[in-house]
Design a protein around this ligand. Structure first.
Ligand code: GLN
Ligand code: ZN
Length: 765
């Protein structure tokens, strides 16, 4: 390179107004045929490319666009189609097969999906078993040519690198890793050769796995694979791209046989910069420096970013530098411009994908032309952030004082578990193996329509309240009829378990269009935590108290926990993450106390995001878990001994966090288990768990109604390792996605199973 360049790693697919999602859904529903659909998708790609060019990006990614998921794209490119979907012997995989893998078909279940590293994006897990890799089409080349022919853009193809790809795949033994790699690498070589022939200058190989803990043998693979790719296409410049964390094996990585290395200088906790300064950077390589946060929604302080860049250029020269976001912009919304309804102070301090690319180009200009050239932009960014920092929303003194004096706030229950247990047994008089559910009940179209009417102002508050009360009443009756022991109000008032609290606590803002892709066409719109989080007024008390007034049985209060609220929001970045966490925890503590004061005797605080929030590197786990546990305890510990604290987590990979789970000291935990009973049970063989626990006894993700015999068997297996005295019976997760016709018979089967199990136990005694 002759001078510094600006670049991007990936652009959001979904479009400013989710046009991408709408197109997909039109195609799936048959409203659009394939030709119409493909035209729209091409149009979208070109619009996105054009936009990036206009924003001043020199090296524009191509092939990052996807019709569903980039991991699935890679699998399909290499012919890795699960057997149950295979129809094509050669040539490209059809669009319908592609979507069938992702979404399932009448006769074949969809491939599994899983979270992409520490993001909330889900990828389709490639299944290798029984397939023979082949190159079905050179996808990156196709998109390269499209950009060149249609727009004259000489793009940078983005490809998921072979090592990360294989690590994310399943259907092989660890010892077969080399076997599969050897099958794949020749195909990657062919892709690279053809790109070289087409005149591609740079290609980005994403290998985020390098930002995890990398073993010696993995590094050996990196050396040999990239040497092979380099030999196959010697004219092609390979940029080995890492993101989401620092590269631990820095010296090994910068020595790999590639022409450029992409490093994340934002989510690296300063570790990449420290390595760069300590070990230098090879003169003959390009350094793609990710300096603008590609994961968060905030405008950058360009003064600070310029300083970071000058530290980087003290080591690597501007001629070998590319300035870019820290990660693909897939994980942020498209543009702030449509958010006219936000407080201008807040709007001015936000930057989504387009605004971030503008920042990249400003910074590139600063390196190229000197800081004078961008003085105005730098000043403006500093000013916008200062303004928000100085606003009252970020200076709530009592909240800050509490968080700064946490040691003065009790975070342990009054008494140890055994003592609480006695009091709670006395109070609730529950049968052995009590039955309950996780919280939500069917969110029918009627429920959603009611909420819409109310939001639009078509329904008065009273009208909407009446509607909610009727729903609650109907379902309290149903639950009593079924014979459940501990009831719930049903969460009819909640659209989403985080958004609901975001709307009621101060310090959160809701946006209109700030969607990000979660999986497939499904997008989420996380609230933005922009200020100090404060409890304003009770958020859930009214519904819980009403539900409790209708029955003699205990009704659980239902809250979302601090870790989950934080993890499923866009968080502010001007104060330490744990401070935000503790602010939320203290606000929830108020709610817990308010529920208790109104006579709610059991309170469930859900933490479904606790495990997925684990940092990428194991060395950071302890610190994270300590804080997560502290936050949960801050939220829940102030109640009386006889108030029962429940929690729920919907996953069963427990091994890594069982100690943390124990440390939460919840009186009862309900966890998902139906699909992974064996694995879960082995955890309890190795670890003692003394508090009460409910393992999900049926899978709520499927419309299938379980039989009571199945449930009885499932519980019997669990009772081999867990004491019946500590065991609860509940479904895997909330029931909001299910229909009433599925929920009622399933819960009846569950209660029936509980009866017969109790009988079986009393006979034994
Ligand atoms: N209480 C919530 C519900 O039942 C929990 C949801 C979840 O675990 N994701 O819907
Ligand atoms: Zn759940």
């Amino acid at each position: 390179m002759t001078e510094v360049k600006s670049s991007n790693l990936g652009y959001p697919r979904i479009g400013e107004k989710r046009e991408w999602k709408k197109a997909l859904e039109k195609y799936w529903s048959g409203k659009w045929d394939q030709a119409r659909f493909s035209r729209e998708m091409e149009h979208r790609r070109l619009v996105h490319l054009q936009k990036q060019r206009e924003l001043g990006i020199d090296v524009i990614p191509v092939g990052d666009f996807s019709l569903y998921d980039h991991v699935l794209d890679t699998a399909v490119t290499f012919g890795l189609v699960p057997e149950r979907f295979r129809s094509e012997k050669e040539g490209p995989v059809s669009l319908d097969t592609y979507f069938a893998i992702a979404r399932g078909r009448q006769d074949a279940v969809a491939s599994e999906m899983t979270k992409w590293f520490n993001t909330n994006y889900h990828y389709i897990v490639p299944e290798l078993e029984g397939s023979e890799p082949r190159l079905t089409e050179n996808r990156p080349l196709h998109y390269y040519k499209e950009a060149k022919e249609k727009l004259g853009i000489d793009g940078k193809p983005v490809i998921l690198g072979p090592i990360t790809f294989l690590k994310l795949a399943k259907g092989y033994e660890e010892s077969e890793f080399g076997y599969w790699l050897n099958k794949l690498v020749p195909l990657y070589e062919q892709v690279a050769q053809e790109l070289q022939e087409a005149g591609v200058k740079w290609v980005q190989f994403d290998e985020p796995i390098l930002a995890l803990e990398v073993s010696d043998s993995d590094l050996e693979w990196f050396r040999s694979v990239y040497a092979a790719l380099n030999d196959a296409a010697p004219e092609l410049n390979i940029l080995l791209q890492t993101y989401f964390e620092a590269v631990d094996r820095y010296q090994d990585v910068i020595d790999l046989p590639v022409q450029g290395i992409g490093l994340d200088f934002v989510s690296d906790q300063g570790r990449n910069l420290a390595s760069l300064e300590k070990h230098g950077f090879p003169e003959n390589k390009v350094l793609a420096a990710g300096v603008i946060d590609g994961r968060n929604v905030w405008r950058s302080n360009l003064q600070e970013k310029s300083e970071l860049l000058s530290k980087i250029t003290d080591v690597a020269s501007p001629q070998q530098l590319i300035v870019q976001p820290s990660a693909s912009l897939l994980h942020v919304p498209v543009t702030v411009q449509n958010e006219e309804e936000l407080d201008p102070l807040l709007q001015g301090a936000l930057a989504f994908a387009d605004e971030k690319l503008n920042e990249v180009s400003v910074l590139t200009r600063a390196v190229r032309e000197g800081s004078k050239a961008v003085e105005a932009e730098v000043k403006e960014s500093v000013h916008a952030i200062d303004q928000l920092n100085q606003s009252s929303s970020r200076n709530v003194k009592d909240v800050q004082k509490n968080v700064n004096h946490l040691t003065e706030i009790r975070s342990d229950r009054n008494s140890v578990y055994q003592k609480r247990r006695e009091l709670q047994e006395e109070r609730f008089q529950l049968p052995v193996l009590p039955t309950t559910t996780i919280g939500s009940l069917p969110q029918t179209t009627e429920v959603r329509k009611a909420r819409r009417n109310w939001r639009k102002g078509e329904w008065s508050d009273e009208h909407y309240d009446r509607f909610l009360k009727d729903e609650i009443k109907e379902w309290i009756d149903i639950q009593e009829e079924i014979g459940l022991d501990v009831l719930i109000h049903g969460e009819f008032e909640r659209n989403d378990m985080v958004e609901y609290f975001g709307e009621k606590l101060s310090g959160f803002a809701a946006t209109k269009f700030a969607w990000v892709q979660s999986y497939g066409s499904r997008c989420v719109k996380p609230p933005i935590i922009y200020g100090d989080v404060r409890f304003e007024e009770p958020m859930t008390v009214k519904e819980s108290v009403y539900a409790q007034s209708l029955t003699e049985k205990p009704v659980k209060g239902m809250l979302t926990g601090p870790v989950t609220i934080l993890n499923w929001s866009f968080e502010r970045d001007d104060i330490a993450k744990e401070k935000v966490l503790y602010q939320i925890a203290l606000a929830l503590r108020h709610e817990v106390e308010a529920l208790e004061a109104e006579g709610i005797a059991m309170i469930q605080v859900d933490e479904p995001a606790l495990r997925e929030g684990l940092p990428l590197k194991q060395v950071d786990w302890k610190d994270y878990l300590d804080k997560a546990v502290h936050a949960f305890k801050l939220a829940t510990a102030s109640v009386k001994d006889e108030t029962q604290i429940h929690t729920h987590m919907c996953y069963s990979e427990f091994k890594d966090i069982i100690e943390a789970i124990r440390a939460l000291d919840a009186d009862v935990i309900a966890i998902e288990a139906a699909r992974s009973h064996g694995e879960l049970i082995s955890v309890f063989e190795d670890h003692v768990y003394e508090n009460e626990i409910g393992l999900g006894v049926y899978d709520i993700h499927s419309p299938r109604v379980p039989t009571s015999e199945e449930i009885t068997n499932t519980v019997n297996r669990a009772l081999q390792v867990l004491n019946p005295k500590q065991f609860w019976i509940n479904p895997d997760c909330g029931l909001k996605t299910r229909k009433k016709e599925e929920v009622v018979p399933a819960l009846e089967a569950m209660v029936k199973a509980a009866y017969s199990l109790r009988q079986q136990l009393s006979v034994k005694q």
